[in-house]
Each structure stands twice: as C-alpha cells, then as structure tokens.
Design a protein around this ligand. Structure first.
Ligand code: SAH
Length: 250
C-alpha cells in the first residue's frame, strides 16, 4: 500500500516539514546581500506548507513563486498566505523540482530549505543555476556533518540514507566547481530540529493516530519510524545538522 497520503496528512498540519526556523531564514536572507526594497523575482523550491515562503515574503519586496510537488501542501500554503498581509506577493505552482519549467535567467534568488536532497545537492545546484540571473543568489539548506570525526553508527546511517552527506567544506567546493561564489554558511541550531520540527511533530502523533483508525498498522509504523529518527537525532546531534549555504552565481 502506498502510504504517501498518510505522510501528507501527518505533515500538512505542521508549521514546517523539516528542520529550520524563522530567525535562520532571515539570517540567510540577510547573507544574500540582496536589497529589501527593490522588486525581486524569487523561487522557493520544495516549499512545503510555506514556513520559509511566508518569511521571505515578509523580508523581501517582489514576487515569490513557491513550488512543491504535493498539491495538498500548496493548497495549505495558499490558505496560510491568504491570511497574511504579505500573501499577495506569493504565487504557487505544483511541480517537480527535477523538471522545472522556469525561464532561464528568471530569478534573482532561488531558495530551498530541507528539500534539495530530493534530487541531490550536486544535481540541484547544477541544474537550478540556469534559472538565476547573472549575480543571482542560491540559498539551500542541506544535511551536513558538523565534525570530521564521528561515531560509526551515525556515519553509516546517513551514508546509507543519503550518500551525499558531507562536510561543509565539500559542499562549498561543489558550489565553487559549479559556478558559484560562497557568500555565507551556518549550521542549523539544535532548536531548529527539536523545538521547531520534532517536538511539534511528536505532538501531532496522537491526533494523526486517532484520525486514521482504518489505517492503524500503517500509522503505527510511520510513527515508529519517526520516533527512531528523532532518537537518532537526539543521540548524535553534535555530529550532524543541516547547513545553510548562501551563494552567488558567477
Ligand atoms: N521547505 C519546507 C519543506 C521541506 S520538506 C520546510 O522547510 O518546511 C521537503 C519538501 O520537498 C516537501 O514539501 C516535499 O513535498 C517536497 N518535494 C520532495 N520531492 C520533490 C520534488 N521532486 N519536486 C518538488 N517538491 C518535492
């Protein structure tokens, strides 16, 4: 049975679908060095229900195109945007980040929080570059090691789950090799994982279980999988996080 519909139901009610936070989004936005008054063309790829999209709409002037391949997330984002003063800056598109239909050179800024891993960091930074104007900025958050030395358990786990996990220096070298200059890097704090993402997700498990009595087995296994992921994060939080990479197209 395909449980994607259940995963969507679990996450669509949530503020965000991955680690991060409003202060971190704003910090990365400032590190782009882009004007807050000039009208900019911005894309937010893998936007989920729009935590970063809404923050970008508050921070920048201009137009933000929020893209995700799950229509339920896009609908939720539209509903949230319509309740905010900045909502009219936000436009949405249901689309696959692997097959974007943007015009080349269309954007001043391409943003993607906790999502580029779906096509892989290297492919994402390579393929999305053409959609940036010359001098445009790319901002992505990406799973990255915090230390060169780590317990085998966490190294093996992530190398199996996401073989592109690497030290920030390697990610930065990839950006440089693909025609970008690094403007900034910082790792997400532990609060971005626990307070902002995992604790609200844990708080959702009960209503998620009660709402889906006919799918009890699938629900149970999704909850258990998430609890294992949270436990792994808590045990190894000194060794791995998401890094925010802020770069300029050369
Ligand atoms: N940026 C959001 C969501 C991160 S979760 C946040 O930080 O809260 C990753 C998002 O990528 C999900 O919303 C998922 O639906 C989307 N996604 C996964 N694969 C995708 C693809 N191939 N094309 C477009 N979106 C995709």
């Amino acid at each position: 049975m395909n449980d994607l519909d259940l995963l969507v139901k679990l996450h669509v009610t949530q503020e965000r679908q991955g680690p991060g936070g409003p202060e971190e989004t704003r910090l990365a936005a400032r590190l782009t060095g882009l004007s807050q008054t000039e009208p900019l063309m911005i894309a937010d790829i893998g936007c989920g229900t729009g935590a970063s999209t809404l923050e970008l709409a508050r921070h920048f002037n201009g137009s933000i195109l929020a893209v995700d391949f799950l229509p339920e997330f896009i609908e939720e984002l539209k509903a949230r945007a319509s309740k905010q003063e900045v909502g009219d800056k936000i436009h949405t598109s249901v689309g696959n980040m692997e097959a974007l239909v943007f015009d080349e050179g269309a954007f001043d800024l391409i943003w993607s929080e906790g999502a580029v891993y779906n096509i892989g960091f290297e492919k994402g930074i390579r393929e999305w570059r053409k959609y940036l104007k010359p001098g445009g900025r790319l901002v992505v958050s990406e799973l990255s090691w915090l230390t060169a030395e780590r317990p085998d358990e966490i190294t093996q786990h992530w190398e199996r789950e996401y073989p592109q996990v690497a030290m920030p220096s390697q990610k930065i070298a990839q950006l440089e090799a693909h025609g970008y200059r690094l403007l900034g890097y910082f790792p997400l704090s532990q609060d971005c994982w626990m307070e902002r993402y995992y604790q609200p997700l844990k708080a959702r498990f009960e209503s998620f279980t009660l709402d889906n009595p006919d799918r009890a087995d699938a629900v149970k296994s999704i909850v258990e999988e998430n609890l294992l992921e949270i436990d792994l994060y808590e045990r190894f939080k000194e060794f791995v996080s998401y890094g925010f990479y802020i770069a300029e197209k050369l």
